[in-house]
Ligand binder design. Structure first.
Ligand code: NAP
Ligand code: ZN
Ligand code: ZN
Length: 351
């Protein structure tokens, strides 16, 4: 298969900093779209993977699955896109398309395993897929999203993972008016969760460990803000929440949040720290409560979320950086020091 060599930013080992790498992209086949990447968000999953925190990384790795850019080439059979269109790519670039979950638009749960945007077996070139910290990407049109030209493009990039990962569970658990909804951990995912839950009509209570975010959370749409390190403040919300979305990237106390749920309430985990999160039986039993998880969202639902955000004028609050700031950005993520998503200006890779 014909390939093209491009520049990317990635790493060759868990303990090595990210640096410029040369990678190959396939030339477009009949159903492919080639996208020049303009912006790519930095998800905490990029960091978990680059540093092998989930113990499955293949090196070299090029992270990045919050991609927006412009179409530069389309295959002969492509119908959805033409050259010059804006386009987005999220966490998946392919799946089997035949299993029961793919047929239900839940490609993230594909029985054969969906092809993730980075560090997944590449069906075309062999080896692993490379993500969005790069000049361009080639993706089957069925896994490419349409992007509104009405919103700030750099602020749209984080919707491709942080947006869909919070929209999907909020919708699945039918969050809406009359409900008190908790969002825990105000990073990339959490701050999108606030904006989307608010747009869905819920009363939003934010839980943060960062004093500096308590003032800011209301601007993002929170009705109430709780400093979660203060047990007295936590107590005030006991048995009061219908639904809690947990977006925390590190070890923390799940029982403390389960006890804030009403009878029949649900706590859904989207944060993905590696180590087990212990749960006390009585935190669940006493209120017939549920503890669940959710993984990104399907392609059709990702398009629905993008359209929802365009309608409600929702984008991420971002800090725009160049590729040379990525290693420093990773260090800041570990400290929760982000308001609220780093986005890489991919033009910086050319210089
Ligand atoms: P992020 O921007 O780094 O935000 C994580 C937030 O968690 C921090 O800003 C901080 O919020 C809180 N936090 C960090 N360390 C903490 C600690 N030790 N104790 C309590 N709170 C802490 O990360 P993100 O990109 O939003 O991702 C969050 C998690 O979701 C990651 O584990 C990521 O891998 C995972 N993820 C899952 C999916 C999925 O499909 N399920 C998709 C994308 C990402 P405060 O400062 O407000 O306390
Ligand atoms: Zn992500
Ligand atoms: Zn499948």
């Amino acid at each position: 298969m014909e390939t093209k060599s491009i520049k990317a930013f990635g790493t060759v080992a868990a303990d090595a900093p990210l640096k410029t790498l040369d990678i190959k992209r396939r030339t477009v086949t009949a159903h492919d779209v080639e996208i020049e990447i303009l912006y790519c968000g930095i998800c905490h999953s990029d960091l978990h993977s680059a540093r092998n925190e989930w113990h499955g990384t293949t090196y070299p790795i090029v992270p990045g699955h919050e991609i927006v850019g412009r179409v530069t080439k389309v295959g002969d059979h492509v119908k959805k896109f033409k050259v010059g269109d804006l386009a987005g790519v999220g966490c998946m670039v392919d799946s089997c398309r035949e299993c029961e979950h793919c047929k239900e638009d839940l490609e993230q749960f594909c029985d054969s395993g969906s092809t993730l945007t980075f560090d997944s077996p590449d069906k075309h070139l062999g080896g692993q897929t490379f993500g969005g910290y790069s000049e361009s990407v080639v993706v089957d049109e069925n896994f490419v999203l349409r992007i509104s030209d009405k919103l700030n493009l750099a602020g749209v990039a984080p919707l491709l993972c942080a947006g869909i990962t919070t929209y999907s569970p909020l919708k699945h658990w039918k969050v809406g008016p009359g409900q008190k909804v908790g969002i825990v951990g105000i990073g990339g995912l959490g701050h999108m969760g606030i904006k989307i839950a608010k747009a869905m009509g819920a009363h939003v209570v934010v839980f943060t460990t960062s004093l500096s975010k308590t003032e800011d959370a209301k601007r993002l749409g929170a009705d109430e803000v709780v400093l979660s390190t203060d047990p007295e403040e936590m107590k005030k919300h006991a048995k009061s929440l219908h639904f809690i979305l947990d977006c925390v990237s590190a070890q923390h106390d799940i029982d403390a949040y389960l006890n804030l749920l009403r009878v029949d309430g649900t706590l859904t985990l989207v944060g993905a720290p590696m180590d087990p999160l212990p749960v006390t039986s009585f935190s669940l039993i006493l209120g017939r409560r549920s503890f669940s998880g959710s993984l990104i969202g399907g392609i059709a639902e990702t398009q629905e979320m993008l359209d929802f955000c365009a309608k409600h004028n929702i984008i991420a609050d971002i800090e725009l950086i160049g590729v040379n700031d990525v290693n420093n950005a990773y260090e800041r993520l570990l400290k929760g020091d982000i308001k609220y998503r780093f986005v890489i200006d991919m033009a910086s890779l050319k210089n």
